[in-house]
Design a protein around this ligand. Structure first.
Ligand SMILES: NC(=O)c1ccc[n+]([C@@H]2O[C@H](COP(=O)([O-])OP(=O)(O)OC[C@H]3O[C@@H](n4cnc5c(N)ncnc54)[C@H](OP(=O)(O)O)[C@@H]3O)[C@@H](O)[C@H]2O)c1
Length: 369
């Protein structure tokens, strides 16, 4: 890889990609699309984020103003004429509004702005690979299945949140509008924590497990499985997909697959061990949403100061996802020589350690931007 452009490097996945890319000798230069008022502020935002990924001072010192391309995907036209884009050879596009909330920017950024950016990059003659970061959930999987990669789409009304609908739509539009783009779509499953740094880079989704276990009841069965990977594994896979010269497939899951997915009962055990508590398996109740609503008066006692309505909204949304019991096949990725990911329960103690001082309402903010 000679000239790599990364979008979303102030975020969770993009930050992990950059942290890893900085020590990759095959990369000649790195350009980062960043939202900031100045290149100097852009550098500071990137370094702040990288510090959460355990990057050494030596690696941090490699970032300077020349790495920064100031730009906002909601206003793509303002940065698309930057000449540096014309010499990019590889792109890892992880910028998006990754929120289960009702954020008005989801469509403008994830679909409209991204499509303009993709069209610009499709005109770059030396572009070798454009890795677009999708999400495995955008296919609206059938409950209880092992899902394989497919471009089949479900209609908007079947999506639980606008975010997954936007991610499904942009994949389709990129294919339709830019057939010449050397596109590979990477669809991570559920990215939780970092195998070494725990939740220091982000508490995204980790709080859901804690929230359910603290309540002692939730919508999934303890026997259900969930497909979770750590962010550093995801980053390594994205770089592999960017670097590999011949790829026979257009779409790859980055996932734990059937073998690496984890049962909630295992998560309960691992979490309890990390917290020095007893697992709640014996008393856990699988309930429907209406039972969670009936418990709302207890939320403040269990979780501390919180907004009951937001807690319920989170429980309904993530409760529905938790009941899916889906695994995403990782055969295609493993066939490329990628090793399987560490299991969630093998690094859960680091996630517990790094979130110990925060309440659930504090941890969940990241997913309701
Ligand atoms: N986390 C997961 O479990 C997961 C699973 C599957 C797929 N994904 C996908 O992975 C990608 C990254 O997600 P993430 O979890 O890393 O999210 P994140 O931590 O919220 O990071 C999002 C990144 O996108 C940037 N961004 C947002 N709006 C932008 C805009 N208008 N212009 C330019 N940049 C913008 C953010 O920049 P600012 O810092 O300026 O806001 C940030 O760097 C997304 O495409 C998501 O769909 C995530």
């Amino acid at each position: 890889m000679s000239k790599l452009l990364i979008t979303g490097a102030t975020g969770f996945l993009g930050g992990a990609v950059l942290a890893r890319a900085l020590s990759d000798a095959s990369i000649e230069s790195i350009l980062l699309l960043v939202r900031a008022d100045s290149a100097n502020e852009g550098v500071a935002r990137i370094k702040n984020n990288l510090a959460n990924f355990g990057c050494s001072e030596v690696l941090l010192s490699k970032i300077n103003e020349n790495n920064i391309l100031l730009g906002d995907l909601a206003y793509s036209e303002n940065f698309l004429n930057d000449e540096r884009l014309s010499s990019v050879t590889h792109v890892i596009n992880s910028a998006a509004v990754a929120s289960f909330g009702d954020n008005a920017l989801i469509w403008k950024v994830n679909v409209e702005g991204t499509l303009k950016f993709v069209k610009r990059m499709a005109d770059v003659s030396g572009l070798v690979r454009f890795v677009h970061v999708g999400t495995a959930m955008s296919c609206v999987p059938e409950a209880g299945t092992l899902v394989t990669e497919s471009m089949a789409r479900k209609p908007e009304e079947e999506h639980l949140v606008q975010y997954t609908w936007s991610k499904s739509t942009i994949e389709q539009l990129m294919m339709e509008h830019c057939p010449q783009l050397p596109l590979v779509i990477a669809r991570p499953s559920i990215v939780v924590g970092h195998s070494e740094e725990g939740c220091r880079p982000s508490s995204s989704i980790f709080w859901v497990f804690r929230m359910a276990l603290m309540l002692g009841k939730f919508m999934c069965s303890m026997e259900d499985k969930i497909d979770v990977i750590p962010v550093d594994y995801c980053a390594e896979a994205l770089l592999l997909l960017a670097r590999r010269s011949e790829l026979t497939e257009k779409v790859y899951h980055i996932s734990a697959g059937d073998a690496g997915s984890t049962q909630f009962v295992e998560i309960d055990r691992a979490m309890a061990s990390a917290l020095n508590q007893n697992p709640i398996y014996a008393t856990y109740q699988q309930v429907d949403y209406s039972e969670l609503v009936r418990n709302r008066r207890n939320f403040k006692e269990i979780y501390g100061p919180c907004n009951e309505r937001l807690m319920l909204r989170a429980m309904r949304l993530y409760g529905e996802f938790s009941m899916l019991n889906v695994r995403f096949s990782n055969k295609k990725l493993l066939d490329l020589g990628m090793s399987p990911p560490p299991r969630f329960v093998d690094y859960i103690s680091r996630c517990v350690e790094t979130t110990r001082d925060f309440s659930i309402p504090e941890l969940m903010k990241v997913d309701f931007k």
